[in-house]
Design a protein. Structure first.
Length: 352
């Protein structure tokens, strides 16, 4: 088709005709060259130049034709691409249309089912409202009957309230009299309680020796030194005196020797005073712990003839037993243990 279009160009057609006419002349000249001295040599040279020019133009035209052909091919490829894109758009449009049709069908189906359900619900509500209306009518009649009965009961209650009002007046008068009597008794009880409390406080302020002649035990007793001798009130000041049978003494120097005094009641402890054995070996008592029941109140930390353990007033201690515990391998031998305090008290009624 391109060749036909090229031949329809008049200029190109003329060029082809000239080339066909000159082709035999060129061939004869090549076989029998014309001398340069002949009269027609000049015109032949011009013809050759024209021919050469025509050949160059033909080459140019051929290149243009090649370029036009390539452009045509490119345009054809582009057209194919546009066609493919058009097909894709068409397919997409078909899919979109099918999807919309499917959605419309589903929406219509759902709307139809919802409409049906709504209709059923409305019918059910109508039935329910009808039932409620019937019940309300019955309740109205019952309410009227209840109001009538309530009015009758109210009238009876008003009669009873009138009777009770008189009785309440009498009861109030009796209560007022009872209040006056109780007030007098309360004042008397308060005065008595205040007096008793004052006496108790005075009695509690008296700190006395509460360990005298109380029972004593020890876990490792010596047979020559009876236990109760540490609470008999006898202790010797002169260290050169005869101490025979005037103190308690553990049997061996074992660890965890213990001596405890049972006070016979629950007392407030103010002071524990220990008279050491002074004939010898004051250091045997060092390390001994002193307990009021389970509470540690002190420990012997140095050699001395006596040891005084005072309980602080702001931290009162109550106990029924005082224990001397020696955790070291030493004897417990003392002349006297004096416990000062007041009581006894009930464990549920102690004065802090």
């Amino acid at each position: 088709m391109k060749s036909a279009r090229w031949l329809t160009d008049p200029f190109r057609t003329q060029t082809v005709i000239i080339l066909l006419l000159l082709n035999p002349i060129v061939a004869s000249n090549e076989a029998d060259p014309i001398p340069s001295s002949t009269p027609n040599s000049s015109s032949f040279s011009d013809i050759l130049k024209i021919f050469q020019h025509l050949r160059e133009e033909s080459a140019v035209l051929r290149e243009e034709a090649q370029q036009v052909r390539e452009e045509g091919y490119a345009a054809m490829d582009k057209a194919y691409e546009v066609r493919d894109e058009a097909y894709e758009i068409k397919d997409s449009a078909y899919e979109t249309r099918n999807g919309l049709e499917s959605l419309l069908v589903e929406a219509f189906t759902l709307l139809k089912s919802q409409t049906t359900a709504t209709s059923l619900y409305i019918q059910d509500m109508k039935n329910t409202l009808t039932t409620v209306a019937n019940k309300v009518g019955g309740l109205a009649a019952k309410m009227e009957e209840m109001e009538r009965k309530l009015e009758e009961k109210t009238a009876k209650l008003e009669e009873k309230m009138g009777v009770l009002a008189g009785e309440i007046t009498d009861v109030k008068s009796s209560i007022d009299q009872t209040k006056v009597s109780l007030s007098e008794k309360v004042e008397t009880s308060i005065a008595l309680s205040t007096s008793v409390r004052n006496r108790q406080q005075v009695w509690m302020s008296e700190i006395r020796l509460i360990s005298l002649y109380k029972t004593v035990d020890q876990n490792n007793g010596h047979p020559a030194y009876p236990n109760p001798i540490v609470t008999d009130g006898n202790f010797v000041i002169n260290s050169n005196a005869d101490y025979a049978n005037t103190h308690s003494h553990t049997h061996t120097k074992a660890t965890n020797n213990k001596l405890w005094i049972n006070l016979g009641g629950y007392f407030k402890i103010h002071r524990v005073y220990i008279w050491n054995y002074r004939a010898c070996c004051l250091e045997q008592l060092v390390g001994t712990h002193i307990y009021a029941d389970e509470e540690l109140i002190g420990a012997v930390v140095h050699n001395a003839a006596y040891h005084d353990f005072l309980i602080p007033e702001d931290d009162p201690t109550y106990a029924s037993t005082i224990t001397l515990h020696q955790p070291l391998p030493r004897n417990i031998h003392v002349l006297e243990v004096q416990i000062w305090g007041n009581g006894p008290f009930s464990r549920e009624d102690i004065f802090v």
